[in-house]
Design a protein around this ligand. Structure first.
Ligand code: SAM
Length: 197
């Protein structure tokens, strides 16, 4: 019996291209949490993160460096105009057809009920806020989704949502390449370093 709430199991490759849009990044205040947000996006199966707000090359460097060491094809870039980007994506996600926009917000509908209604056929952007989120984001979103209706963290919200939406990730295929591979071990830290072999 499936114990998790998930759209797919490991043999199901129907999950669409997944981007995460991080709104309102403030270089000084949000450095650490934005860095963790990108790492969480990568680790839980997103393909890409778009950083809006302050330009912050250090965040992009961190994500690139982790991908180089631990593998996979996670992309990141700064997005100068996030609302225009979302408006365009809501009409044309690259093939002339609308993409799906999911906005994570404590004011949204419960994720466990909304998850089965989300289309798996279209490229998808998951929007998370930082400072106050513009009202237009709620209107552009196909789904405003809450991970509980209490305020907490964009990192927690994204992790829970992605884990539910994407399901288990096959480390070998998803995080291909890379210099390091962690071998799960109950007693000690075990890492294979391909660079040294
Ligand atoms: N102070 C901001 C505001 O007034 O909108 C929100 C700050 S909150 C720490 C940052 C982001 O975390 C939110 O924009 C949302 O994406 C996410 N978040 C926080 N709590 C959430 C929840 N219960 N469900 C879904 N997302 C949540």
């Amino acid at each position: 019996m499936k114990s998790r709430l998930s759209h797919r199991d490991m043999s199901d490759s129907r999950i669409p291209h997944l981007g995460v849009l991080r709104l309102g990044h403030r270089r000084d205040r949000d450095k650490r949490i934005t860095s963790h947000l990108g790492l969480t996006a990568r680790a839980f199966g997103a393909d890409e993160i778009y950083l809006a707000g302050d330009k912050d090359p250090s965040a992009l460097e961190t994500w690139n460096s982790v991908s180089k060491r631990f593998g996979g094809n996670f992309q990141s870039r700064h997005e100068e105009k996030p609302l225009s980007f979302l408006r365009r994506f809501s009409k044309d996600s690259g093939d002339g057809k609308p993409g799906t926009i999911i906005h994570l917000t404590m004011y949204g509908e419960p994720w466990k009920e909304t998850l089965p209604k989300i289309s798996l056929d279209r490229p998808t952007i998951i929007v998370v806020g930082g400072t106050k989120v513009p009202g237009e984001v709620y209107r552009l979103a196909n789904h405003n989704i809450s991970i509980g209706n209490q305020p907490h963290s964009e990192v927690a919200a994204l992790a829970i949502f992605l884990d539910s939406f994407v399901g288990p990730i096959d480390n070998e295929s998803h995080f291909f390449g890379g210099e390091l591979r962690v071998i799960p071990n109950a007693q000690r830290k075990q890492i294979v370093n391909f660079e040294e072999e």
